[in-house]
Design a protein. Structure first.
Length: 130
C-alpha cells in the first residue's frame, strides 16, 4: 500500500526476485507458512529431492525435525498416489489441500521427470514411460 503498487504486481516482483536469487524472502506468509505464498514445504522437498538429509534441512531452515519429516512424508504420499490414481482424486485421498498436491506434482515433474503418472489406459502409460 505504501509503495503505490498493486498487490498482484508486488507479489509478482517478489516471486521474480526469489527466483532470480534462489531464496525465499522472509515475509509473514513464508515465515509462518500460511496463505498462498511459496511455502516452506516446497523448499523442504526441493532440498530433500536434491539429496540433503532431513536433519540438515531442519537445521538450515530453522524448522523442527517433526515438521520436516511430516512435509517429506506428505510429499511421498502424493508421489505414490500420483502413480495409482488420477491427480484430481489425490487431495481427497491424501487429505491434503489441492494447492499442496499441485505443489507436489510440480516438484515431481521438475525433479523426477521420468516418474509415470496414473493413466486409465495402459497403452498411454507405456508410451509415456518410453
Amino acid at each position: 500500500m505504501l509503495s503505490g503498487l498493486a498487490e498482484s504486481y508486488a507479489g509478482q516482483l517478489l516471486r521474480q526476485y526469489e527466483q532470480e536469487h534462489a531464496m525465499t524472502v522472509p515475509i509473514r506468509g513464508t515465515v509462518h507458512d500460511i496463505g498462498p505464498s511459496v511455502s516452506h514445504k516446497a523448499e523442504v522437498i526441493r532440498r530433500y529431492l536434491r539429496g540433503q538429509s532431513p536433519a540438515d534441512i531442519a537445521r538450515e531452515l530453522n524448522h523442527s525435525q517433526h515438521a520436516v519429516d511430516r512435509y517429506i512424508k506428505d510429499y511421498e504420499v502424493t508421489r505414490t498416489l500420483a502413480q495409482k490414481f488420477p491427480l484430481h482424486e489425490i487431495p481427497a485421498l491424501a487429505k491434503h489441500a489441492a494447492s499442496l498436491v499441485r505443489e507436489h506434482v510440480q516438484l515431481i515433474r521438475e525433479y523426477e521427470p521420468n516418474l509415470v503418472f496414473y493413466s486409465p489406459e495402459p497403452a498411454v502409460a507405456a508410451q509415456a514411460a518410453a
